[in-house]
Design a protein around this ligand. Sequence first.
Ligand code: NAD
Ligand code: MG
Length: 398
Amino acid sequence: MTLRRKVSILGSTGSIGVSTLDLLAQAKVHGSADTEIIALTAGKNVQGLIAQALIWRPAMAVIEDEAGFEALKAGLAGTGIAVGYGASGVLEAASMNADWVMSAIVGVAGLPPTVAAVKTGAMVGLANKESIVCAGLSLIQMAKQYGSIIIPVDSEHSAIFQVLQNNSINRVSRLILTASGGPFRTWTRDAMARVTPEQAVAHPNWSMGAKISVDSATMMNKGLEMIEASYLFAMPQNQIDVLIHPESVIHSLVEYQDGSTLAQLGPPDMRSPISVALAWPDRLPWPAPALNLAEIGRLNFEAPDQDRFPAIGLARAALLRGGGAPAAMNAANEVAVAAFLDQRLGFLDIAAVTEETLDQMNGAGDLSGDPDIDMQTAILTDASARRVAARIVSQRSN
Ligand code: NAD
Ligand code: MG
């Protein structure tokens, strides 16, 4: 049977966006999915967006960066494809009549479009973890209200989601998120102090956008994922653990109260969790790369080193603190990562800036303790944490 879907991709030119389109192309050739593209959106990469739109012929293509709009209009002139720009254009694209939306914008910039997609009642493949970290419970509540199903695309959460399909969440004792450990897993703290953006962006197993690659290198990615897992699966932080597994073959594990632990395995290829989200509750046949365990030979595991990777502890504390703390932590990290990529901040300062931002906001009483913070409070907390973090970054880089 051929899967028919009307698909929009928010962040179509990014790593996840491109993987999604590649998967759709392969499934089309394979005859397992026939998709109509409703909307494609990009941030700055206007040429990439034009090229995709000429192939996929969406009803609408939107460039967030206004500077690219003239080029977009010219590039798609005469095609009948509607064009738009700016945050409002992205929101319009996200609100269109798709039945499956890939949320793959990077950072909290993805939150308002994700909310717009949820409000249409569409099924949402959620790669944009920052939106659930920032406004998790209200996003999940909103999905229930609008009849939208959010399916995690993050590989760890997709693994847990898959395991939980046939197994009771009530009998889970622990969720175990695996982590590759990133490019500096074996480095000393001194060596890590001198890491350059190029080194941080080169991930050993996964090819990803710059921001998430830096997050993987600091392990803030795993911190964000712990918060994401806590909200998605309604699991308290003390029942979520992180396990370093350098081969990235086991994507996560679920431990049950009867002593069984179930895992999901696969090659490190995001098209696989994307296909799970696309076809759920079915599975999509496509020429997926198979896992060859005999060739891999052995799998390794170790505990994370909290000293060199303090981001995991920061995330745990933010989750425990609740309310606006995860949103503030995420915002501070986004500001610090951007400064690091811009060579205004050292690698180890990323976690330090994040910690200091949380301390200052906590001390000033600027963090709501209400666990059910609403969307508006989350967005306001994000904005004030950005201001605090930017100030700390400029003090440190002087
Ligand atoms: P990326 O940087 O490669 O792509 C981001 C996309 O968003 C691009 O299309 C970009 O043009 C667009 N964009 C950037 N800023 C924007 C803005 N302000 N407004 C509108 N559009 C904007 O990132 P990615 O690696 O594809 O990651 C996307 C999301 O998926 C992130 O939240 C990331 O954490 C998550 N994720 C990625 C992977 C992966 O393997 N890449 C795995 C798991 C989760
Ligand atoms: Mg992940």
